[in-house]
Design a protein around this ligand. Structure first.
Ligand code: RP5
Length: 179
């Protein structure tokens, strides 16, 4: 039964990939409590029309779920992984250690140290396994999505066009004087 379900889900993933609708960006977060921040990444990818999938996967609380996801990610058609985590925040680094896909880390704020712990744990990777680290919190989640779009835009002219439109709309929305 479980094998049949797995087979069906593999077939569905294959069909979506062929139809170009398979998620290209994975948004991982260490806890469901991170969604409040990581939703900014999902919202930004929605604006840019980039299919994505958000998953709660913790490197320490759900290590097997994590390993399974990361080992299958490239075959499933993901091209970029965004990983948001708070406190000791090793999610992005551990993810990057298991895949050649680019991994963008978003330190989640809050906790006893206000997110400085997560920032340092994400940005201070020892040489050898890179994690592209964005700002703490919502700005970082939004920029991770824009960074992912910039990566995809290298090989997808439709994403590039939408990124150009996004920048233009952003510029147009800045008033000349404070209101
Ligand atoms: C990290 O621990 C998560 O990424 C989250 O930011 C933090 C706290 O998790 P919860 O206790 O809110 O589930 O693993």
């Amino acid at each position: 039964m479980a094998a049949a379900r797995r087979e069906t889900s593999r077939q569905t993933a294959g069909a979506k990939r062929r139809a170009g609708r398979a998620p290209k960006v994975a948004i991982l977060m260490g806890s469901a409590s991170d969604w409040e921040v990581m939703k900014s990444a999902a919202d930004t990818l929605d604006v840019l029309g980039i299919p994505h999938e958000a998953l709660v996967i913790s490197a320490h609380r759900t290590p097997e779920r994590h390993l399974k996801f990361v080992r299958e990610a490239e075959d499933r058609g993901f091209e970029v992984i965004i990983a948001g985590a708070g406190m000791a925040a090793h999610l992005a680094g551990v993810t990057a250690s298991q895949t050649l896909l680019p991994v963008l880390g978003v330190p989640i704020g809050g906790g006893a140290l206000g997110g400085i712990d997560a920032l340092l744990a994400t940005v201070q990777m020892p040489g050898g396994i890179p994690v592209g680290t964005l700002a703490i919190g919502r700005a970082g989640a939004k920029n991770a999505a824009l960074f992912a779009a910039a990566i995809l835009a290298r090989s997808d002219s439709a994403v590039r066009d939408r990124l150009v439109q996004f920048r233009e709309a952003q510029t147009d929305a800045v008033p000349e004087r404070p209101v």
